[in-house]
Design a protein around this ligand. Sequence first.
Ligand code: PLP
Length: 238
Amino acid sequence: MSIDETVAANCRRVREQIDRACRRAERDPAGVTLVAVTKYARLEWVRAYCDGELNGAQTFDLGEARPQQLVARAAELRDPRLRWHLIGPLQRNKIRAVLPEADLIHSCESLRLLQAIERIAGELDLRPRVLLEVNLARDEAKHGFAEEALEADWDQVLSIERTRVEGLMAMAAHADRPEDSRPVFRRLRELRDRLCRRSPEGLPLATLSMGMSGDFEVAIEEGATLVRVGSALWEGLA
Ligand SMILES: *Cc1c(COP(=O)(O)O)cnc(C)c1O
């Protein structure tokens, strides 16, 4: 099979899985956005994804884990249909470069980082959109706000004016069984609901970024609005 055919077949399979999970959860598939994670994909695979199966689509959501790679690829693939998502750690010295290119930063992992984004956004006259990453797996190696810290810091988050905090992101610990991720996804949704009750009406926190290739169906059942899928889209390519 050609690259185009392989990517198209993978994409169809992932879309069917999304639709099935939505049916089980009685959700509208329009409420779930597939973010194609391109961090292990070659440029030609990404091109096949954007030109092939989804031809006619108005927009493509692509996710990169490294700020430098996001900036480089956005430059290589200049295309107004693309929306770039930063899903991996953001070092403070990369904020200035990535803000103009990223449509959504999923990985705002501390109040300090949020405040740095706010300050630089002011200098660049931008209104960035961010999600707050929560470390629910309590994994020392993972990034993100501790659940209690985010609740404690919430009034300070609400004092941020320019940066739009649109929701939460989490990663489950790697598990062989997707069901093992369910408690983490459920806790992220419940945390979001608690924070919403403490927020003014204009801050709906509508976005929940959760679920990867191994567990995105479970994440959708638990309310994910963005799923970050990499390897399942690039299967069979090398
Ligand atoms: C790599 C990555 C993904 C995609 O992982 P797959 O298992 O390949 O789907 C999702 N989210 C984050 C934060 C990642 O770094």
